[in-house]
Design a protein around this ligand. Sequence first.
Ligand code: CTP
Ligand code: CA
Length: 224
Amino acid sequence: LIDQQTDLPLHGKKVLVTAGGTREMIDPVRYISNRSSGKMGYAMATVARELGAEVTLISTPTALTQPAGVQYIEVLSAAELLTQVTAKFATTDMLVMAAAVSDYRPVKAVDQKIKKQPGQTGLTLELTETADILKQLAAQKTGQFVIGFAAETQHLLANAEKKLAEKKLDMLVANDVSQPGVGFNGDTNQVTLLTPNSTPVTTNLLSKTEIAHSVLTAAINRGA
Ligand code: CTP
Ligand code: CA
């Protein structure tokens, strides 16, 4: 039905959304991850679909129901996410990078469960940096509108301005996750939208669906 509504603002556009926190395996039963619930990414995918887009959602496992009418691809690690996003990027009109990507992963994932050693009271994991998926793809843009997300606990604007510029983004959605009701896990969020050469705009505390509407409307108004 949505596909026939040619008056919708994202009709004919392909939107690629990433969601959830990546899992970096330590051994077959343990991983490093983060507090991302996937809710913001799922809201972005749902609203992009409602606005007429053809949506692909690449997500880590979450407790959420897959949005209707959206192509779903499941990934675990940052490396898998990189592979899947890279495969789709060339044919995408808009990338919405809402996934919380692990910055580091264990140097090696051992293939047997790490056993507790008698007398060993400490354990050190050696980590290595993951690829910056967003930065890598934005560097090879051919007209895609690229939206990043940033969760900060301090110096929100300064950190966000830096990310917008360094990752060559068309928009950065920044949230201060130290504020109550903002960011991880909850159903609400308050964000600051940054775009190149314009004054940042901060939303009210809204539902994640309303935030998704604000972000996509701002992107459409900037030519996405
Ligand atoms: N991101 C990514 N690949 C990574 C790390 C982050 O694509 N390896 C993306 C996230 O999906 C998000 C944006 O970059 O859209 C900003 O993520 P954030 O963690 O806020 O920024 P970092 O550049 O990782 O910096 P830091 O964690 O030090 O604040
Ligand atoms: Ca990070």
